[in-house]
Design a protein around this ligand. Structure first.
Ligand code: FES
Length: 147
């Protein structure tokens, strides 16, 4: 059986991470094709609903890539995003979902290589976790319900 191919979304802020992703493309640095890059004006603009909807819509992992701390173009949007990510990770853990499925990283606009490395590491982590199993699906699996 082949390795699990997770569906991953990477929210990249316009000013740094998206520019780094763009640079990675023009520098021919490769990252796994199952990562969908989505540009956001700032990671601080990502409301909690965005994360939940992404998981509800079948994403196995969400990577949030913002400017380096102290460099957010909206002052402290990346710090707000960091707090949100940390609180959602706690909620995920309480729901029986591995918190490693959500990660935030910070890169500069010139950080194509670090971004690609973060993406590769994240894909590897989520591949190893496999599909999401919520407490409900685990319960259904062990009781045979939902078949
Ligand atoms: Fe990049 Fe805010 S503008 S994280």
């Amino acid at each position: 059986m082949g390795k699990y191919e997770p569906k991953i979304i990477a929210f990249c802020c316009h000013y740094c991470a998206y520019s780094a992703a763009d640079l990675a493309g023009s520098s021919r640095l490769q990252y796994p094709a199952n990562v969908h890059i989505v540009r956001t004006p700032c990671t601080g603009r990502l409301e909690i609903d965005y994360y939940m909807k992404a998981f509800e819509n079948g994403m196995d992992g969400i990577l949030v890539a913002g400017c380096e701390e102290g460099s957010c173009h909206f002052k402290d949007g990346n710090l707000l995003a960091k707090r949100r990510v940390n609180s959602i990770r706690t909620v995920l853990a309480e729901a029986g979902i591995e918190m490693e499925r959500l990660r935030m990283v910070n890169v500069s606009a010139a950080g194509a290589r670090p971004l690609v490395e973060y993406i590769k590491e994240f894909v590897e982590t989520v591949s190893n976790l496999g599909p999401i199993k919520t407490k409900e699906t685990v319960k259904n699996t062990t009781t045979g319900a939902g078949k």
